[in-house]
Design a protein around this ligand. Structure first.
Ligand code: A2P
Length: 271
């Protein structure tokens, strides 16, 4: 009798520079927006606000884009938020992942949206459009953010109400979280706005700053680099328009070696 050696299917191997992680859950917010969670290698360390290269193996090669971590550094799993573009090289594929699938996570997180790149104290404004909310979801769940600033204002502007991702988590769950609830209830203000549908605030971030509506609604003085800090994460156009408004008010950009009164990062994936 001959015995045929039967080798089990080879376990997939991570390409150099990446962890190979397993998708745990996928949430489709709209036909343009989804998020997913995956396992996290214990050696993968990052700061709230950072991003990493994320993607899939396609035709034997890594196909990756920069994605900010949505999940806070203390969480066991990782979470990411993505748009879906039907002909986008990565997101046309990534949008179809299901639990159990493998994803690539770059081993070297990086980025400028870190509290230490801002001068400490005062009110920090997190200005986000679209998927630009991702890094701020990590930051508002990191206790260090609350240590560094007296108040945190998260402004998220999207086209449609259904694109206000994590709205429920921020407004309902976070204030009741057993460890962060008290800090968030005391220091965090969530200010959503929607531009292409009827909503309680129906204006772009730029308009909200220029008109003074944001400050008036919050009962805060107009933006000033003496007492305020800002982080921006949105499209190139939004970043550059808000940057101009801040610089006109005397804000200076901070970086990894010189803290300033604002920092900026684009919401990366557009395809
Ligand atoms: P609008 O609907 O008026 O274009 P997108 O999905 O295109 O990235 O847009 C997300 C949000 O960012 C939308 O509410 C959009 O408003 C807003 N937005 C787009 N460009 C700018 C800009 N230059 N400054 C401020 N907000 C912007």
């Amino acid at each position: 009798m001959s015995v045929t050696a039967h080798s089990p299917a080879a376990a997939p191997v991570a390409p150099p520079g990446f962890f190979l992680e397993t998708v745990q859950s996928v949430h489709h917010w709209t036909d343009r927006l989804f998020s997913f969670t995956c396992t996290r290698d214990p050696s993968f360390r990052f700061g709230a606000g950072q991003f990493a290269m994320i993607g899939l193996v396609v035709n034997g090669k890594p196909l990756v884009r920069a994605y900010s971590m949505v999940s806070p550094p203390w969480e066991e799993h990782l979470e990411f938020l993505s748009i879906k573009v039907q002909d986008g090289p990565l997101t046309s594929r990534l949008q179809h992942i299901v639990p159990g699938d493998k994803v690539l996570i770059g081993r070297k997180p990086t980025g400028t949206l870190l509290p230490e790149n801002l001068l400490p104290g005062g009110t920090v404004y997190f200005f986000a459009t679209g998927t630009g909310i991702a890094p701020f979801m990590s930051l508002i769940r990191d206790p260090e953010t609350y240590d560094r600033f007296d108040r945190i204002v998260l402004v998220h502007t999207v086209r449609q109400v259904s694109e206000l991702a994590y709205r429920n988590l921020i407004a309902e769950h976070l204030p009741r979280h057993e460890l962060l609830g008290e800090l968030a209830a005391e220091k965090l203000t969530y200010y959503p706005s929607v531009t292409r549908e009827s909503f309680e605030v129906q204006q772009r971030i730029t308009g909200l700053i220029e008109s003074g509506k944001l400050a008036a609604d919050l009962g805060l003085p107009p933006l000033s680099p003496e007492r305020d800090r800002a982080m921006l994460c949105g499209s190139e156009a939004m970043n550059s328009d808000v940057r101009a408004l801040l610089e006109a008010r005397g804000f200076t950009e901070g970086s990894n070696n010189a803290p300033g009164s604002y920092v900026v990062e684009k919401a990366f994936v557009t395809k």
